[in-house]
Design a protein around this ligand. Structure first.
Ligand code: ARG
Length: 565
């Protein structure tokens, strides 16, 4: 499909003597959903002007009659559109050849060649558990990294841990008051959270605690030995808990760096902004940057007592990353609550004369709502991510016990299905939108879900197990609609990858994997491979191509596909 699209753009460009650029023509090319309207279609109003016709319809007819396209493409004019039809036998041969020859590499492109993207993602806060809200950043970041690597980018993924701030000072202070290493070691996650909650509660009646928290914060910033030791201990416990979840999700980072590392760098950056007149001191000594020219409210970047804040560290971290990595893009995968904040940060960087501020991008994602309430174990307060994944795995196990009680590696498969279901639920939704999380949909074997795709893949794998994969095939003629549709879906994959990478949108791949698998299921329900006679090899090649392509697609989402389920 990709080659056909390029050849069409080339043909049209030549036909109008190069007046409409190829890029523009490629961008104008649509893929109609309705049958009978072609594999590609282009509206002819731009040609009307160039070719001097009164309406797009006449232009379309003229082009259809006179332009030369490759022989495997036919053109029809319809309502001002040119509809292009690709010969299905040609497409089948070409696509199967490509998929089978390229295997794991089918769908790759080199859009990102020689470019480096740095990711800032996951980024939970020490002292607080990873909850469902964090899952989106972690899973989205992980998938984007995979998609960008598949498109030739070099990537570097940073987990920017929240290891400073008042909430941590409170936890450290509370630990000193009420806890011990033994207590903490017993159930670290809960103990740490409880300390924080208790501190806040008691602080309401006891203002001395607030002073204590501030003092602790100061000690942390000054590097006081005893305080730092406590903080390190708490961090370690927190990190162990995070790592359990990262292991479940199979997510790895190139680097895990605390926010606190960038306080000094941030202060340096801000000092030079003061010198350049980009930032200014207020009467009470805080440093602010006015952002009128960006139509944004002014931003405090340093507190009046000279201590660093969230923005200080982000300015330091971004500058450090540019100096250290010389990235082509820096992507922040962070919830949309921080949308204005990142606009301000990028605005400040730009105002200070950093031309690379334009290369920073906030992948600003929506919330996850727990639609059926069942996921919320503690009256909607905090839902532990680990609990969600465990529950999902358990539910998957139940289904497998019913459907396929004799399956050998049930535990492993249940994990692939359970974790996959949660990942797919998260990745299947366009990132700016909120997610209405529903167990019913996540684990619905019949709907747009990971288990649906996994099940289709298991069916296909079973066909290959029973019949062997195809060594010799030659598509002579493809008759059935379901086969034509499957070929078309297979051929679409490289274009979908390009769309996903250009827009930072894994949901394009998720939805594609579903459409592809629906096409496979339709094929499965109507075509018998076993009884296909001399067409058997060809049908096997189709099944094999499906297996390869769906694996490549799901790999980009970090979702595993069991051979059997
Ligand atoms: N730790 C922050 C939070 O949980 C997210 C950090 C995002 N990254 C950044 N560079 N600010 O809200």
């Amino acid at each position: 499909m990709k080659a056909a699209k390029q050849e069409l753009a080339k043909g049209l460009n030549e036909f109008v003597g190069g007046v409409i650029p190829k890029d523009k023509l490629t961008a104008m090319m649509q893929m109609p959903q309705k049958a009978g309207m072609g594999d590609f279609a282009i509206h002819c109003s731009p040609f009307q002007k160039v070719l001097g016709f009164d309406n797009p319809g006449e232009a379309a007819q003229f082009i259809a009659d006179n332009a030369e396209f490759p022989e495997y493409i036919s053109a029809e004019s319809q309502n001002g559109f040119l509809n292009f039809f690709i010969n299905s036998d040609y497409l089948a041969n070409q696509t199967l050849d490509q998929v089978i020859e390229q295997g794991e590499d089918y769908g790759r492109n080199n859009i990102g060649e020689d470019k480096l993207v740095v990711f800032d993602y996951s980024a939970p806060n020490i002292g607080k558990p990873l909850h469902v809200g964090h899952i989106r950043s972690t899973i989205l970041g992980d998938s984007l990294i995979k998609i960008m690597q598949f498109s030739g980018y070099e990537t570097f993924g940073i987990n920017y841990l929240g290891d400073v701030g008042l909430h941590i000072a409170k936890t450290v202070a509370a630990y000193d008051l009420w806890s011990s290493p033994e207590k903490l070691a017993k159930n670290p996650e809960e103990e740490i959270l409880n300390l924080y909650v208790r501190f806040n509660k008691e602080m309401a009646d006891n203002p001395e605690l607030e002073e204590k928290a501030k003092l602790t914060a100061k000690k942390i910033e000054e590097g006081d030995l005893a305080t730092t030791k406590t903080l390190d201990f708490i961090s370690e416990m927190s990190m162990d808990a995070f790592n359990r979840v990262y292991n479940l999700l199979d997510v790895q980072f190139d680097e895990i760096t605390g926010q606190s590392k960038f306080s000094d760098k941030g202060k340096e950056v801000i000092q030079s902004m003061l010198e350049k007149g980009v930032a200014e001191k207020t009467e009470d000594g805080a440093v602010v940057v006015s952002l009128d020219e960006y139509k944004l409210p002014e931003k405090v970047v340093l507190k009046s007592d000279g201590t660093a804040i969230y923005a200080t560290q982000d300015l330091g971290a971004a500058t450090y990353r540019k100096e250290h990595f010389d990235f082509d893009k820096l992507l922040y995968v962070v919830a949309n609550e921080q949308e204005q904040y990142f606009k301000q940060i990028f605005g400040i960087l730009d105002k200070a004369g950093n031309d690379w501020a334009d290369d920073c991008f906030h992948v600003s994602f929506g919330m996850i709502n727990l639609a059926d309430g069942k996921m919320s174990t503690r009256e909607g307060t905090i839902v532990y991510l680990e609990e969600v994944l465990d529950k999902s795995t358990l539910m998957a196990k139940k289904v497998i016990d019913e459907k396929n009680p004799d399956l050998e590696n049930k535990e492993d498969v249940a994990k692939m299905v359970g974790v996959g279901a949660v990942k797919y639920m998260v990745l299947g939704v366009d990132y700016p939108k909120n997610i209405e999380f529903s167990w019913e949909r996540a684990l619905n074997f019949e709907g747009n879900s990971a288990p649906y795709i996994q099940y289709a893949h298991a069916r296909a794998s079973s066909i290959l197990r029973k019949n062997g994969s195809s060594a010799e095939y030659e598509v002579t003629h493809i008759e059935s609609d379901s086969e034509k549709q499957l070929v078309k879906q297979l051929a679409m994959f490289p274009l979908r990858v390009e769309a996903a990478v250009e827009k930072y949108k894994p949901h394009i791949i998720a939805n594609y994997a579903y459409e592809l698998s629906s096409a496979f299921n339709a094929f499965y329900n109507t075509v018998s491979v076993k009884d296909a006679g001399d067409q058997k090899e060809t049908k096997l090649a189709l099944v094999q191509s499906y297996v390869t392509t769906v694996n490549n697609a799901m790999d980009l989402l970090g979702i595993q596909l069991p051979e059997e389920m």
